[in-house]
Design a protein around this ligand. Structure first.
Ligand SMILES: [Zn+2]
Length: 281
């Protein structure tokens, strides 16, 4: 009888120890994989915590793009407007590629720009790998090519700084710590892929990511010959849009007033002697 009780107690104690040990191993494994997944960003040369390769980012973005387009009422059937978007996007990419050549780097991403029919949510976003979207609600309110360049440059920035891929690596760490090893081993079965695609569509970036993308917007605009201070006008549009209820973009981006101040500061920092002349608004 005493043997039985003692055995029972030992067993309970042993079970707990084993569970704790497994938990510790899992947490250790998650932390190890997170901290050992450093990659050098192919654009910036900066070291980042990312598990996906640029090719995988491109594939995921392409896979998620149709769902994103459906969610926003399909593409806007306006070839002239789409052409304008492609033109500005192309100019920003030419400027990026010219800059990368001087740095001895190449761009592994494949950019595509989509104009969405959505007339309700004032928003623009990007999927990893280069799928960039802007809603007609925002596009139709822009007053100049410079403003469009600012919006598109910002979204290109999310791709270049690999914000989604960084978030996914962090999510993987979190899910590992909470017990689900998640996509450990980096395998891409369809169920996991579908879940990640779902997460990606609703992904929100942190404040720092947004400011970093604003910086990209400024740099790419100026390199492409557009006045980056046009981005201030975009913030005014976002602010005005928020008076009738918060536009979609407010939930995913810092307050426009704070971004205005940040944009002004970055322009001053990048161009201490003032902006070059002849930039297009
Ligand atoms: Zn953003």
């Amino acid at each position: 009888m005493s043997y039985g009780r003692g055995y029972g107690r030992r067993r309970r104690g042993g079970g707990l120890k084993i569970r704790l040990l497994i938990a510790a191993v899992m947490i250790g494994f998650s932390l190890f994989s997170y901290y050992s997944t450093g990659q050098v960003n192919p654009i910036t040369g900066e070291k980042q915590r990312v598990t996906l390769s640029p090719d995988e980012e491109v594939a995921m973005g392409l896979q998620a793009a149709p769902a994103m387009i459906r969610q926003h009422g399909d593409l806007l059937p306006n070839p002239a407007a789409q052409q304008k978007l492609d033109q500005i996007g192309g100019e920003l990419l030419s400027a990026l590629n010219a800059w990368l050549r001087t740095e001895g780097r190449t761009n592994p991403y494949r950019f595509e720009f989509h104009l969405l029919s959505d007339n309700q949510s004032i928003n623009a976003f990007a999927l990893p790998g280069g799928q960039v979207f802007i809603t007609n609600a925002l596009f139709s309110q822009l007053q100049s090519e410079g403003q469009l360049a600012g919006v598109v440059g910002h979204e290109i920035g999310h791709v270049l700084s690999r914000h989604s891929a960084q978030r996914m690596a962090k999510q993987r760490l979190t899910s590992g710590i909470t017990g689900a090893v998640g996509m450990a081993g980096g395998s891409f079965e369809s169920a996991r892929m579908a879940k990640m695609v779902g997460n990606m569509i609703n992904m929100k970036y942190g404040r720092q990511d947004e400011l970093e993308s604003d910086r990209w917007g400024i740099l790419l605009c100026a390199e492409a010959g557009y006045d980056p201070s046009s981005m201030i006008g975009v913030m005014d549009i976002l602010e005005a849009g928020s008076s009738g209820g918060p536009p979609e973009m407010m939930s995913t981006h810092p307050k426009p007033a704070n971004r205005k101040e940040y944009i002004t500061n970055v322009i001053r920092e990048v161009f201490p002697n003032g902006l070059p002349t002849g930039l297009r608004k």
